[in-house]
Each structure stands twice: as C-alpha cells, then as structure tokens.
Design a protein around this ligand. Structure first.
Ligand SMILES: CC(C)(COP(=O)(O)OP(=O)(O)OC[C@H]1O[C@@H](n2cnc3c(N)ncnc32)[C@H](O)[C@@H]1OP(=O)(O)O)[C@@H](O)C(=O)NCCC(=O)NCCS
Length: 177
C-alpha cells in the first residue's frame, strides 16, 4: 500500500468496493456528497458499525441528511466520509467520520477533518464538537475533552434516542474555531 502524501484534486462520481486496493499513487478529492453516494457512504459506515466503532446509519438517514455529508474519492470511488451537522447558531457536530479499510493510514482521515473544520468556519460556527472512541485522533486537531452534559443539545436531541444512552463510552470533544 502506498504511503505517499495525499494529492487533492477536483471531484467527480463514485461506486465503492471495500475490496479494492488503492492505486500506487492515489489522488483523492473531497466534495459534498450527492444522493448517488448514499449507498457507498452507508457501506463504509456499516463496516465499522459492525465492529461497534460507529453507530449504524440507515439509507433513509443518509438521504435525509445528505447535505451534511462530504466524501473523499479515489478515481471517482467513495473511499472516505465525514459529516457536519448543525445544532445551533454557533455549534456544529463533526460526525460519521470513516475511511474505507484499504485506505486507512494514508492521511485521508486528516484531510476530511481539516476540510470539515474549514466548512464549519465558513458557515459561521465558532465551536465544532465530536463524540468519539478515539480522542487521541481528534486531539491532533485541537479538540479538547468536555463532559457530555456540556453539550445538552446533543444529549437531548440524539443521545436520549440512542440504545447506548446512560451506557455510553464515547468521549465528547470540542474545538473552538
Ligand atoms: C479514524 C479514521 C477516520 C482515521 O483516518 P485515517 O485516514 O486512517 O487517518 P490518517 O492517516 O489521516 O491519520 C492522521 C493522524 O491520526 C492518527 N490516527 C489514525 N487513526 C487513529 C486512531 N484510531 N487513533 C488515534 N490516532 C489515529 C495517525 O497516526 C496520524 O497521526 P500523525 O499525524 O501523528 O501521523 C479511520 O481510522 C477510520 O475510519 N476508523 C474507523 C472509524 C472510526 O473510528 N471513525 C471515528 C468515529 S468518531
């Protein structure tokens, strides 16, 4: 597998196969998701949901929120995903972050996070938060751990409907922009 630095480019379409290996010199692009990306997005998330590393997303949830999602493409195939969900006038959540298994450790996760932070700033947010099992990853981008109860909008909107409510090991992290 290549460990060459990422080269970013403008984007076009997808069809994802988790079996495929990256090319020797991958060129990735990141763009806002399209409706036709939904199945590929779900496939990547499901890979990690089965390992309980992420919450699963139904296709309906993805279609309904497709404007939240960003995708990373390798030669037109969706190989990474991340989303920004708006909570309040100054607050957005970075969520649904995942890179297809064959594309991990190439710097793609970093590129998606940096792009989402840039987008959060562009839309006028002053705080971006994430709920995660990998705080070490998010701390690389300036996120700091906070108590769940410091994000009551998240708790009352999403957590109370989650099967892991009151039994949640996710760590809440926030970055001020
Ligand atoms: C987390 C994930 C998105 C990272 O993507 P990636 O492309 O593999 O990561 P990158 O290559 O961009 O790594 C960037 C940095 O983060 C570090 N990193 C990568 N995965 C990490 C992890 N699981 N825990 C801690 N640090 C991690 C890398 O070592 C690298 O560090 P460096 O800058 O000091 O060299 C990817 O591993 C993934 O999809 N994981 C499964 C799903 C998941 O857990 N999503 C997070 C939900 S909140």
């Amino acid at each position: 597998m290549s460990r060459e630095p990422l080269k970013m480019q403008d984007a076009t379409l997808p069809e994802f196969s988790s079996q495929e290996q990256p090319q020797a010199s991958p060129e990735f692009a990141i763009r806002g998701a399209r409706l036709s990306d939904a199945a590929a997005i779900q496939s990547i998330i499901e890979t990690y949901a089965r390992q309980r590393l992420m919450l699963p997303r139904s296709l309906m949830q993805i279609y309904e929120n497709v404007r939240d999602y960003w995708v990373a493409l390798d030669d037109g195939k969706v190989v990474g995903v991340g989303a920004l969900h708006c909570f309040w006038e100054d607050l957005v959540e970075l969520r649904a972050l995942a890179v297809a298994p064959a594309y991990k450790d190439l710097g793609l996760g970093r590129e998606i996070v940096l792009r989402l932070i840039e987008e959060a700033r562009a839309m006028g947010a002053s705080k971006v938060f994430a709920f995660t099992y990998i705080p070490q990853f998010f701390s690389k981008f300036g996120f700091e751990q906070v108590p769940h109860h410091s994000l009551p909008l998240k708790v009352w909107k999403d957590c109370i409907n989650c099967s892991y409510f009151n039994n949640c090991n996710e760590i809440a992290m926030i970055k001020r922009l």
